[in-house]
Design a protein around this ligand. Structure first.
Ligand SMILES: Nc1nc2c(ncn2[C@@H]2O[C@H](COP(=O)(O)OP(=O)(O)O)[C@@H](O)[C@H]2O)c(=O)[nH]1
Ligand SMILES: [Mg+2]
Length: 195
């Protein structure tokens, strides 16, 4: 029994779930496709309504991808649909997540506006760490960061990071920022428990 399919948890490693959420057309599907080592399972559907002009298809239910960090840790990435009529999927996808990435299109104000409601729903749903990734941004200027922090009413400990969803290294940096936040929150919990 030595031949094995990679990804099965033979060594008892941990598989964790990370959700990628954000407004319509922020780049969620692209981000997951860029980083996933398996072909991303997307349930895309032709758009027939007025949003058609922005792109030809949209994710109606979810995207699913996987990245192996090492033998002991595998991340499963779930991308949420971005349109209101699929809100009911958020709770299903958010169940048991370790943390989430809120992806926003830095070039569009309406993307940030839409992100406010999505973040409110996610915060209500689960108190887990998250990072805000600004897609299509060349670095985050202090002004830009302040604008995003104010709009989303972010705590100081929430990271705001630049992102190019088409670039593997950039997507890795976003995932790392999230993993650091997770570790920080575990440390904080351990500290609170020890006093
Ligand atoms: N130039 C550029 N285009 C992007 C980037 N991310 C996404 N796109 C494009 O923007 C459109 C929407 O991206 P998609 O991943 O479908 O967004 P989603 O609705 O959040 O899943 C697609 O045509 C992508 O190819 C990026 O970082 N840079
Ligand atoms: Mg999508």
């Amino acid at each position: 029994m030595s031949t094995r399919t990679p990804g099965r948890r033979k060594h008892g490693g941990t598989a964790v779930k990370i959700v990628v959420t954000g407004p319509f057309s922020a780049g969620k599907t692209t981000l997951i496709r860029t980083i996933s080592e398996i072909t991303v399972l997307s349930t895309e559907k032709d758009i027939t309504d007025s949003t058609r002009s922005r792109k030809a298809e949209t994710t109606v239910a979810m995207d699913f991808g996987r990245i192996t960090i090492d033998r002991d840790l595998v991340l499963y990435l779930f991308g949420t649909p971005g349109q209101d009529r699929f809100d009911f999927m958020w709770e299903i996808l958010g169940e048991g997540m370790l943390g989430y990435i809120l992806l926003v299109d830095a070039e569009r104000q309406d993307s940030l506006d839409e992100a406010v409601g999505i973040l409110a729903a996610f915060r209500k749903m689960a108190r887990v760490p998250f990072v805000v990734a600004l897609n299509r941004s060349e670095g985050v200027s202090p002004d830009e960061e302040t604008r995003v922090r104010d709009a989303l009413a972010l705590d100081e400990d929430v990271a705001v990071v630049p992102c190019d969803a088409t670039d593997r290294e950039s997507v890795k940096a976003v995932l790392l920022a999230l993993l650091y936040s997770v570790v920080d929150s575990l440390d904080a919990t351990a500290e609170a428990a020890s006093v």
